[in-house]
Write a protein that binds this ligand. Structure first.
Ligand code: 5AD
Ligand code: FES
Length: 346
């Protein structure tokens, strides 16, 4: 066992069967070994610093129908909202005052928010906050649109691949959505010059160990600057409402493996991880993550951006989350850093 973890740390890679072995032998001892190594590797680049991103969930309209997601178009029980440009700029102002230097604009694939409006908004944020990074999480778009967003001043783009197996992808998404397109989008984003993030849900319905190994191999090959993973959590108004949630233990193991594979990647301890366990985010950092993403959206709309059930922090003001996260990080000997937190230069 130690051989494998040592090999992973040294070579930043393993054979398919070796990754599989780690996933099938996920004991507390193995996790302790991997998280010690992952923390050390993370510390070499980031010290005890944790980067912070202000998440603005600006629209929960979505034209897609992903079977796992609470804001899927087919969920008629969802209460839909779309923030105005002014409301979004207010979130940025509040976030800036709280020390955030990265804004993440996340929304469903909302046809009601046009590409032109989006580009205009990005330009305004760029002009108002020249020292901040702008991250987008807006799903699949044509290459020209991505290029226009980049030209308007966006720097980073998050687009999880969700699963690297085409067969598994079809079990999670309706026919119109294809893994091929998702991968092409990631290549476009990279070619345009975005810092790119991808990732997947841990324990998503029908996921196998082989699927997870394929995810690891895909991520190694793509070599993204950011990797977001979190447990799948069922949402009551989706076809997968009765599916089992992903586990804390498997998510932590995968965070450590990913840290050892991509030592400099920006890896968040996600809200979903904090939702399945009260200390999930702290444990995520201790497993090798180095980013937290508190919510900057107005409290009035928080509970409506519900991708999964029982999401944490839906009643807390941004300032409360900021303080809460600082304390949580201090509690484990880490410290929130308030600069842009770009991918480290090689
Ligand atoms: N549980 C956990 N994560 C989810 N996401 C969507 N629905 C769920 C769910 N039910 C994740 C997807 C998406 C990201 C924005 O949120 O991986 O890419
Ligand atoms: Fe929101 Fe703790 S991070 S209350």
């Amino acid at each position: 066992m130690n051989n494998l973890t040592e090999k992973l740390e040294k070579k930043q890679f393993l054979e398919r069967d070796e990754f599989k072995w780690l996933l099938e032998n996920n004991t507390p001892e193995l996790r302790a070994d991997l998280s010690n190594r992952a923390q050390r590797v993370s510390g070499e680049t980031f010290g005890k610093g944790v980067y912070v991103r202000g998440l603005i969930e600006f629209s929960n309209y979505c034209k897609n129908d992903c079977y796992y997601c609470g804001i899927r178009q087919g969920n008629e029980a969802a209460h839909r909202y779309r923030l105005s440009e002014e409301e979004i700029l207010d979130c940025c102002a509040l976030g800036y005052d709280l020390g955030f230097r990265t804004f993440v604009l996340q929304g469903g694939e909302d046809p009601g928010f046009s590409d032109e409006q989006m580009a205009a908004l990005i330009k305004k944020i760029r002009a108002g906050y020249p020292d901040c990074a702008i991250t987008l999480s807006l799903g699949e778009r044509p290459r020209e649109v991505y290029a226009a967003f980049y030209a308007a001043g966006a720097n980073r783009y998050l687009l999880r691949h969700e699963t690297a197996s085409a067969e598994h992808y079809r079990k999670l998404h309706p026919r119109e959505l294809l893994l091929e397109n998702r991968k092409a989008c990631l290549q476009d984003l990279k070619a345009i010059g975005f810092q790119v993030g991808t990732g997947f849900m841990v324990g998503s319905p029908h996921q196998t160990v082989d699927n997870l190994v394929a995810d690891l191999l895909f991520i190694k090959e793509l070599n993204p600057q950011m990797i977001g993973i979190g447990p799948f959590i069922p949402h009551q108004h989706t076809p997968y409402k009765d599916a089992k949630a992903g586990t804390l233990e498997e998510t932590l193991l995968l965070i450590s493996i990913l840290r050892l594979m991509l030592p400099k990647a920006l890896i968040p301890a996600t809200t979903a991880l904090g939702t399945i366990d009260p200390n999930g985010r702290e444990l995520g950092i201790l497993a090798g993550a180095n980013v937290v993403m508190p919510n900057l959206s107005p409290v009035a709309v928080r509970k409506d951006y519900s991708l999964y059930d029982n999401k944490i922090c839906t009643g807390d003001e941004a300032a409360e989350c900021r303080v809460c996260l600082s304390k949580r990080m201090e509690g484990i000997g880490y410290e929130i850093l308030t600069h842009r937190g770009d991918y480290p230069q090689e």
